[in-house]
Design a protein around this ligand. Structure first.
Ligand code: SF4
Length: 76
């Protein structure tokens, strides 16, 4: 899965939401989040993010961000 990280906080761009083929972005408290079970790992959102906030969870130390994304995407 791809995850939104702290660079997203207070970002006003939604380019990532527009390109996601499965609509798995959700509005968190002060950042967008990606539902980790709905993301199909296509990667098209990553280069669209002007804040470089979207990272694959295969990078080191991403567990807390996966949980952050899960928590806020399942809130609604
Ligand atoms: Fe959506 Fe693809 Fe980004 Fe996952 S990697 S959030 S499916 S655009």
């Amino acid at each position: 899965t791809y995850v939104v990280t702290d660079n997203c906080i207070a970002c006003k761009y939604t380019d990532c939401v527009e390109v996601c083929p499965v609509d798995c972005f959700y509005e968190g408290e002060n950042a967008l989040v990606i539902h980790p079970d709905e993301c199909i790992d296509c990667g098209v959102c990553e280069p669209e993010c002007p804040a470089d906030a979207i990272r694959p969870d295969t990078e080191p130390d991403m567990e807390k961000w996966v949980e952050f994304n899960r928590k806020y995407s399942e809130m609604w």
